[in-house]
Ligand binder design. Structure first.
Ligand code: UD1
Ligand code: UDP
Length: 390
């Protein structure tokens, strides 16, 4: 695929609104502030809070950088949003757009309009976006059209399944970004195959590895487990939220049947999307599943540390299984984190009940490790170096 014509690159002429000098446009920005780099970070969904926590800390540690956080409001339940800001000490967003849920076009369009207004007002040196949600695409698109350089954290991931909304979001974001910060060798190859110039790509490793290393000592046992829901070491941990599963009744039934075949406690922090889809479809959860509300990141790290194995359709949780030395059964037909499948620690099983149960039965086998896969746990610091080097 050819890069889009008109991609905002670092050496392009700036938007005329910015070209006359910031002093003329915003007289209340004094000369000291003008010397300070300003970065607008756009986040909106749970995995982005985890990733942004790492980079926000690294930006603060570096000093001399003004980070302005914009929260689109894509996730808004307290246990899908506020708990992450509190537990992970992420600075409060200066701009909370409160967009909320909706169909893809409406949600992304409303985010785009609101982010554009913020960017015109803030005039940052960079816009930083994470991952592959609608908030990622809206942030990247708003910035690129204003000729503000975009840095994309977790660039280059591909499932090669264009029916996934995340795949569309990733491809478009990568092709308007000026700086593509990749987590893995596979993502570097994907970007090269799409013709993205090598000088825009920096492999920094995976910020989620940094997050696990930093927050693991602070992991917290969820209250439900203290109440005896399952014994540490004995339970399986499952998460399900991917649209291709929740929105397809046959796949959803296959997954739940597969989990019901397993003769072991399965703790399931249930994503609100899944809960609401099951209610709409009239599908009942098997009584033996230990369903709990979504947990904060510190509680999730505790569950990952103390479970026997992980069953998921999440992107991030597949890697967290590996970071915790646990086998993963992935209820999808493909994955962006292909290196873990190649290493033999993650098995792709789709939504077929028998395959899910059979793969879970194999999770007792010890895992192998390859420490070269996701960087050295200093992705946050490398991202700051990349942003400040330009
Ligand atoms: C989004 C991302 C997905 C990511 C996931 C992380 C897109 C297209 N998808 O999916 O890539 O893996 O976040 O969790 O951006 N809801 C609530 N409360 C909330 C948030 C959501 O009840 O705080 C419910 C609503 O019914 C909403 C549904 O979940 O309609 C889906 O939310 P949405 O943000 O559209 O997508 P996710 O499935 O969360
Ligand atoms: N997570 C969490 N609580 C939960 C489920 C997940 O804190 O109840 C964390 C998980 O540890 C990981 C991130 O959320 O860091 C992954 O987000 P999610 O699975 O929602 O999205 P994906 O990675 O698939 O985009």
């Amino acid at each position: 695929m050819e890069p889009f014509v008109g991609v905002a690159s670092l050496d392009e002429a700036p938007d005329p609104r910015f070209a006359d000098g910031l002093n003329a446009l915003c007289p209340d920005r004094n000369s000291e502030e003008l010397n300070e780099m300003k970065i607008v970070t756009v986040v909106g969904a749970r995995p982005q809070f985890v990733k942004a926590a790492v980079v926000s800390r690294a930006l603060a540690d570096a000093g001399g950088i003004n980070e302005v956080i914009v929260h689109t409001g894509q996730h808004y339940d307290p246990n899908m949003s506020a708990i992450f800001f509190e537990e992970l000490s992420i600075p409060s967003p200066q701009h909370h757009l409160g967009i909320g849920s909706g169909p893809h076009g409406a949600m992304t369009g409303r985010q785009l309009e609101a982010i554009e207004a913020v960017l015109i007002d803030e005039k940052p040196d960079w816009v930083l976006v994470y991952g592959d949600t609608n908030s990622t695409l809206a942030g990247a698109l708003a910035a690129a059209k204003l000729h503000i350089p975009v840095a994309h954290v977790e660039a280059g991931l591909r499932s090669f399944n264009r029916r996934m909304p995340e795949e569309i979001n990733r491809i478009l974001t990568d092709h308007v970004a000026s700086l593509l910060l990749t987590p893995s060798a596979a993502s570097d190859r994907n970007l090269a195959n799409e013709g993205i110039p090598a000088d825009r790509i920096i492999n920094v490793g995976d910020v989620m590895f940094d997050a696990t290393l930093f927050y693991k000592p602070r992991a917290k046992r969820p209250p439900e487990l203290e109440a005896g829901l399952a014994e540490p070491g004995d339970f399986l941990l499952a998460t399900i939220h991917r649209a291709e599963n929740t929105d397809d009744p046959a796949r959803m039934r296959g997954i739940l049947e597969g989990l019901a075949l397993v003769d072991r406690p399965i703790v399931v922090p249930l994503h609100p999307r899944t809960r609401s889809k099951l209610e709409t479809l009239g599908i009942l959860l098997p009584g033996k599943l230990r369903i709990i509300d979504p947990v904060g990141y510190l509680e999730m790290l505790w569950l990952e540390e103390h479970c026997a194995a992980i069953i998921t359709d999440s992107g991030g949780v597949q890697k967290e299984a590996y970071f915790h030395g646990k086998r993963c059964v992935t209820m999808r037909d493909e994955t962006e984190w292909i290196e873990l499948v190649d290493l033999g620690v993650n098995e792709l099983v789709g939504a077929d009940a028998q395959r899910i149960a059979a793969a879970i039965a194999r999770t007792g086998e010890p895992i192998v490790r390859d420490d070269s896969l996701f960087g050295g746990g200093d992705a946050g610091r490398q991202i700051v170096s990349a942003l400040t080097a330009v």
